[in-house]
Design a protein around this ligand. Structure first.
Ligand code: ARG
Length: 420
């Protein structure tokens, strides 16, 4: 039985009290090498292997915190006829598939939830559809297991993302419906789509939004989150009236492993963070910009030397731990590519990441983090309470091919306050 909770996230590292997950399903295999790119994949995945790896992530999280599966939450809201018809109407209008409406309305809630995620088949009942290479009237949500991206808990709200790519837009529509109607998760939402003055150039994805502290957000300005997207968030923060800081880190548009800030920078503890050194620490053309707000206004915007020194100025003294270790740039690049910097904190100093990135793991270990196998936690072979700092290492040979890691695959809805 799922426990009902209110959302509230005021840091990246506060003890986790609830997280939204999505176990990858057929949608990750519903593509071919030729159309993998439009699915935003760099390779195709094997579902049975990916699921085994995913069980390690979910199995650990289920032991320590309430977890919520997107499909269960979605099925739950679709049981109500008005919500079901409203959501079908919205999705079909958005995706220009109004002819599918009646068929979808006839499906029971759980089957509808499944099809909305795995894809709705194109009816081959006209010459046009018969001759079409397309298999789906509503395309599969290949990337939904990266639950971090389509919505993001920011303080007492959930921000509904404005996805940069059409293939991911339905994820955000579904998440908004869940936050509006679910009996299990209660939250106010902010949706840029519902502002008349927000245009197509405004895009924001959760992988770029990091909550460093109650008053500090770090936002990636990336291929997925535009400057207009960052400005949208700043405008929302103006309503808070107190002192706030937004640190913006620019990211390269390619390769695709740089899509989000969390691919090059994640918070690990009150005093440590994971960095992809070449981008975060070395001199390069990607700026760090500090925007200070007070009394509902932007009081200054200034370029800073780098993210680490800027955070230090704001009173957050973080030791950067290099992804891939510090000695070899090739190793750094290889491990960053496979989401080596993408750590998920379940509490300060207690994080999860991919076992495959062995140099990164070694570096974490050198910094005092015990490396613990996920299956040992699941099988009760270790007692996490015995360790103050650790990395729970999960299998990630197949999952990493989807283009993300532990942080991308988790959408925290509630965390305890950090005792700074
Ligand atoms: N927060 C993240 N880094 N998410 C990774 C998402 C990867 C996914 N294939 C995409 O391109 O959208």
């Amino acid at each position: 039985m799922m426990k009902a909770i209110d959302s509230g996230v005021y840091s990246e590292i506060g003890e986790l009290e609830g997280v939204i997950l999505h176990t990858p399903g057929k949608e990750v295999e519903n593509m071919t090498p030729t159309n993998a790119e439009r699915a935003l994949y760099s390779d195709i995945l094997n579902l049975s292997v990916a699921v085994e790896e995913y069980k390690q992530l979910a199995g650990v999280l289920e032991k320590i915190t309430p977890t919520y599966q997107v499909k269960d939450l979605l099925t739950g809201i679709l049981e109500q006829p008005t919500i079901k018809s409203g959501l079908i109407e919205k999705i079909c209008t958005y995706e220009q598939a109004l002819s599918m409406k009646d068929l979808l309305l006839d499906l029971p809630a759980d089957e509808l939830a499944r099809q909305l995620i795995e894809g709705v088949d194109l009816q081959k009942n006209s010459l046009t559809t018969f001759l079409s290479d397309e298999r789906y009237a509503l395309r599969p949500l290949h990337n939904f297991f990266f639950t971090r991206d389509a919505s993001v808990s920011v303080y007492d709200n959930v921000l509904i993302s404005k996805m940069a790519n059409k293939v991911r837009e339905r994820e955000a529509i579904i998440m908004e419906a869940i936050f509006h109607y679910s009996d299990y998760i209660k939250s106010n939402t902010i949706n840029p789509n519902s502002y008349y003055n927000v245009g197509a150039e405004t895009t924001i994805e959760g992988g770029d939004v990091l909550i460093a502290r109650d008053d500090v957000l770090i936002i990636g300005n990336s291929a997925r989150t535009t400057t207009q997207g960052v400005d949208f968030i700043i405008n929302q923060l103006k309503q808070k009236k107190d002192k706030r800081y937004v640190v913006v880190q620019q990211l390269p548009g390619e390769p695709e492993s740089f899509i989000h800030l969390d691919m090059v920078f994640t918070l690990l503890n009150k005093d440590a963070c994971m960095v992809y050194e070449p981008l975060i620490m070395k001199l390069n053309r990607y700026s760090t910009i500090l925007i200070s707000l007070d009394n509902g206004e932007v009081v200054s915007i200034e370029k800073k030397d780098n993210l680490i020194s800027c955070l230090k100025e704001l009173g957050m003294d973080l030791k950067p731990i290099p992804c891939g270790g510090s000695s070899d740039i090739w190793t750094q690049e290889r491990e960053q590519w496979h989401s080596g910097a993408n750590f998920f904190a379940i509490a300060p100093g207690k994080v999860m990441g991919y076992a495959r990135n062995v140099y990164t793991m070694e570096e974490m270990n050198n910094n005092g983090y015990e490396i613990i196998k996920a299956n040992d936690v699941i099988d009760n072979k270790v007692n996490l309470a015995d360790y103050e700092k650790y990395v729970i290492a999960i299998g990630g040979s197949e999952l990493a091919r989807g283009g993300g890691g532990a942080r991308c695959m988790t959408m925290p809805v509630k965390r305890k306050a950090v005792n700074w």
